[in-house]
Design a protein around this ligand. Structure first.
Ligand code: GDD
Ligand code: MN
Length: 363
């Protein structure tokens, strides 16, 4: 049951998932309180901490100028995403804003997000690092910037229609109308709860840019393990298209080998056989993905030659470029040619998928 604060109708519930954020709590509550002046807002902490964070929260809550509730989970399920869903369920208002507890999400943006929602024509307001004017300076190093950019591109490629209007589906700073979300249909795992919400059904979405700042205190809980969770989540959400794409790619590889074998047995020169096999598989591949993978994204049938040209050019370029890349990998690092080939094939698979969903079958 949604919680009611006596005498006040809460217009905005601010849900803050936390894990060991004690040194940030007082500052966060102070800045949120100042920012929401004129809005009847509450803060709902959903806390999975193993340290004294809940005690600190209770002290801060007692002296706060707006209602602050602390839900501590002894048996956390679903990690950060699970905590957010728990916050949705407990929220007093249908209008729920989610933000991190480490002040990387500036509380001063809250009124703008609330206003944008109140204008009335959207279910979700996404605070984006990548929309015009947004920044991601708080991403600790170049590697994280790169990982974030690459995973955003991959994610958008996998859900080109649903995420068409969203530049930052991985952000943890957003506002939703709870009633627009099917809470029971969510299966949160790890960090990317907004992504899951957005891909499950179509929403009316608006974005506002924001500056993803530095942590106020403490350490990030992002980890390699979270990264793996994310990939598993993506696969689970989008098993259909990508696995079919992979199966067709695998069939193509087998066909390629069989054709080379057959032609060389017929006395055809190896290089000629390899080229014929490659082109036949590239064409066959296109026909299969056109028919079975992206059939719902073809738009009009007259564009088939243009799609074929793009797909054909890409696959040929990729096949040619792969050879010197493998050679470069073998000569500059100490990995074997087999491993280098395997790595490039896996990377090529994802790049090919991204290219086909975002360029060849662009929505
Ligand atoms: N309840 C709960 N349970 N909260 C958690 C958990 C958990 O298992 N893990 C992390 N949190 C809380 C943190 O305490 C913090 O308030 C917030 O979730 C974000 O965690 P950070 O550790 O600060 O993650 P980050 O800054 O690396 O990631 C943020 O930026 C990403 C984009 O780069 C998050 O907003 C991500 O959702 C976002 O994708
Ligand atoms: Mn953070």
């Amino acid at each position: 049951m949604p919680h009611r604060v006596p005498g006040v109708i809460i217009e905005l519930s601010i849900i803050v998932p936390t894990f060991n954020e004690a040194p940030n709590v007082a500052e966060l509550v102070a800045r949120v309180t100042a920012a929401v002046e004129g809005i009847d807002a509450e803060i709902v902490f959903v806390d999975d901490s193993t340290d004294d964070t809940p005690e600190v929260m209770r002290v801060v809550a007692a002296g706060a100028g707006i209602p602050v509730r602390v839900i501590h989970r002894d048996q956390p399920v679903g990690g950060l995403g699970g905590a957010v869903v728990e916050g949705f369920r407990a929220a007093a208002s249908d209008v729920c804003l989610v933000m991190d507890g480490d002040l990387q999400h500036p509380p001063e943006k809250i009124p703008e997000m609330f206003e944008r929602h109140r204008e009335g024509d959207v279910d979700v307001v996404v605070a984006s690092r990548y929309a015009g004017g947004g920044t991601s300076t708080g991403l600790a190093d170049r590697t994280r910037v790169l990982v974030s950019r690459a995973s955003t591109a991959l994610t958008k490629a996998m859900f080109p229609v649903r995420l068409h209007d969203v530049s930052d589906p991985m952000t943890g700073f957003f506002l939703v109308s709870r009633s627009a979300v099917d809470l029971d249909g969510l299966h949160p795992r790890g960090f990317k709860i907004l992504l899951e919400i957005l891909v499950r059904k179509p929403f009316r979405i608006a974005e506002v840019p924001f500056d993803f700042g530095d942590r106020h205190a403490g350490e990030s809980k992002a980890s390699f393990r979270q990264g793996m969770h994310f990939l598993a989540q993506l696969a689970a959400l989008r098993f259909g298209k990508m696995s079919l794409f992979a199966v067709i790619g695998g069939l193509g590889a087998v066909a390629n080998v069989v054709i080379v074998w057959a032609l060389t047995h017929l006395g055809v020169d190896y290089v000629v056989a390899a080229i014929i096999a490659a082109e036949v598989t590239i064409i066959g591949n296109f026909l299969l993905i056109e028919r079975f993978v992206f059939q719902d994204m073809r738009g009009d049938a007259s564009g088939v030659w243009s799609r074929f040209a793009k797909s054909f050019a890409f696959n040929n370029a990729e096949a040619v470029i792969r050879i010197p890349i493998v050679a470069l990998m073998v000569s500059t690092s100490h990995i074997s040619a087999v491993l280098a080939t395997a790595i490039t094939l896996v990377v090529a698979f994802f790049v090919r998928f991204v290219f086909h969903s975002l360029v060849v079958y662009a929505p």
